[in-house]
Design a protein around this ligand. Structure first.
Ligand SMILES: Nc1ncnc2c1ncn2[C@@H]1O[C@H](COP(=O)(O)OP(=O)(O)OP(=O)(O)O)[C@@H](O)[C@H]1O
Length: 544
């Protein structure tokens, strides 16, 4: 429930006016409907009495009221749907931004524990599910409680005993019964949310690795896992459906019993000075209509456990600890000399990757690391980017890295990672990520220095060529050079280049290295490479 409250606060904090407007509209629609039923009942009964007793009856005013109320009910329902859905979509948009704000600083180390499908499932499906928090839980509960409290008051004006009876019946149908059955719905609700999350992970991973599954003949096994999870969800949904059916039947039965009780109370109070016949009919139809207002409460209260489970999954992500939290010290580097002193590092509880690693890269110098695969070279780049926690000391310009603000690190360092990510967009968009305001001259320069100019010029769509999902429409070497161009545009005093010429043929590599020699003059550079031609970029090569 705490998670639900936190998420609701995040969703509603900027949308209170829409949220309240939706609830008020809902209450007005129910009030119009209840009044319409009551006036209609009274009108028909009065006409009948007038016909039998041959007494003159002015039907113009009640007939006009009925038409007016019918109009208000129809238009009000339309307005209520419009306002509540606008509120829900606005809240959803705010929740998405809130989640992204919290997730981005966690990457990459803080998100490694979540499978790709699980993470995207939480961000898409779980966030979408939270739409029901307002539409199917908060709004029906608010309007339902308003009906429980207000509907009996109006009835009590005619008969206090009838008002009290209606309150008891509405309270029993709208609160007691759903709460009593809520426990029954909790386990299947939570379980179906958990299974749906697992299903998304298995389906996403299965699609991402479809080629391997086919080639290895493992697709049937993956399909079986999907079937099992799906069957589990159907089973839990059936249980929820049965519980819901029982609740609806019980609420309807309570409504029937309440009407019988009101009829009995009204009958005892029938008299020319007390309740008249048409008023009794009016009271009964009024009570029947007010039950419609509390009927959604049962479904709303039953949906709480599943929504709480979804909120729990989202809040777990949103409150995941930052791998390298921002420090209050907020140190400012003086210069760009990088010093590693007795640095130890391991991935989680795994074996130590770096053990008392020390290295100094003087301001404006270029150092290359080379050595056997798996020795921790790329890990050193990740540490410098402030992505992972370390023991020992890493300083930039004399300031301890963990005490420098992460935004300051991002403006100090430009990196070409070993496996750069390309977004599913054009080459231009991917390159401009490094410097959104760069003019065409700067773009051409960056393309030339990364050895891309000739290739891009030969493409029918040039810079507007799409790179595909995660760069699937370009080769590994092209992807690497697009990432290099992007980092050259970003520019900064420190460059970290992890295998920048990987995937390039010898001639292109020589050309790129030559361009980089000029481009990186005066920069502090840490280069990682196994390739002799690329290592020529460095003034000092260290084998680890
Ligand atoms: N995200 C990770 N989680 C757990 N272990 C990891 C992770 N990334 C790398 N490792 C492990 O850490 C060790 C060092 O990896 P790293 O990528 O830094 O090596 P490297 O020297 O750059 O290798 P290569 O030359 O092949 O790129 C390896 O044993 C690797 O399996």
């Amino acid at each position: 429930m705490k998670d639900l409250a936190t998420l609701f606060q995040a969703m509603a904090s900027r949308q209170w006016s829409w949220l309240v407007a939706g609830i008020v509209a809902g209450i007005l629609v129910i009030a119009a409907n209840v009044t319409l039923m009551a006036v209609s009942g009274w009108f028909i009964a009065s006409m009948a009495v007038a016909g039998v007793t041959k007494v003159a009856f002015n039907y113009a005013v009640p007939a006009a009221a009925i038409r007016g109320l019918a109009l208000i009910r129809t238009l009000g329902r339309y307005a209520e749907r419009l306002v509540t859905h606008e509120a829900a979509f606005r809240m959803l948009a705010d929740l998405r931004s809130w989640m992204f704000e919290r997730l981005i600083p966690l990457a990459p180390a803080g998100l490694e524990g979540y499978a790709g499908g699980d993470l995207s499932g939480r961000l898409r499906a779980d966030v979408d599910n939270m739409e029901s928090l307002y539409l199917r839980i908060v709004a029906p509960i608010a309007t339902g409680f308003a009906v429980i409290l207000l509907a009996p008051c109006a009835l009590a004006l005619f008969s206090p005993a009838a008002g009290l009876a209606l309150f008891a019946a509405l309270f029993a149908a709208g609160v007691v019964l759903p709460l009593a059955t809520r426990k029954m719905a909790a386990a299947p609700g939570e379980r179906s949310v958990q299974l749906a999350g697992e299903l998304r992970t298995v389906v996403t991973e299965g699609l991402q690795g479809a080629e391997e599954l086919l080639l290895l003949g493992a697709s049937a096994e993956q399909a079986h896992r999907v079937e099992l999870l799906y069957a589990g969800i159907v089973k839990e949904q059936r249980r929820l459906g049965s519980i819901n059916g029982i609740v609806i039947a019980t609420v309807t039965a309570t409504g029937g019993i309440a009407l019988a009780a009101l009829l009995a109370i009204g009958a005892t109070e029938l008299s020319p000075s007390g309740i008249t016949g048409p008023e009794l009919v009016m009271m009964l139809l009024y009570a029947a209509a007010s039950f419609e207002g509390v009927a959604p409460l049962a479904a709303a209260l039953q949906a709480v456990p599943a929504s709480a489970a979804t909120a729990g999954r989202l809040n777990e992500l949103a409150t995941a600890p930052h791998p390298v939290p921002e420090s209050a010290a907020n140190c400012v580097p003086e210069g760009h000399e990088i010093v590693f002193r007795d640095v130890c590092f391991s991935y989680g509880a795994g074996a130590e990757v770096l053990n008392n690693f020390s290295l100094t890269i003087r301001d404006g110098s270029r150092v290359a690391l080379t050595g056997r695969s798996g020795r921790g070279k790329s890990s050193i780049v990740e540490l410098l980017l402030r992505f992972r926690p370390y023991r020992g000391s890493i300083t930039i310009g004399g300031a301890e890295l963990r005490d420098i603000d992460s935004r300051a690190v991002a403006s100090l360092i430009t990196a070409v990672p070993q496996r750069p990510h390309l977004f599913n967009s054009s080459i231009r968009d991917n390159i401009l990520l490094g410097a959104p305001d760069a003019d065409s001259n700067r773009i051409r320069e960056a393309l030339g220095d990364s050895g891309l100019a000739g290739w891009v010029d030969g493409l029918p769509d040039g810079l507007d060529t799409a790179v595909g999902v995660a760069g699937s429409a370009v080769s590994g070497g092209e992807a690497k050079r697009i990432a290099l161009a992007r980092s050259l545009l970003h520019d900064s005093p420190i460059f970290l280049l992890d295998e920048p010429t990987e995937g390039l043929d010898g001639e292109t590599e020589r050309m790129v290295v030559e361009r980089l020699q000029r481009r990186l003059a005066g920069k502090t550079v840490l280069l990682i490479s196994h390739r002799p031609a690329c290592l020529a970029l460095a003034e000092r090569v260290i084998r680890i």
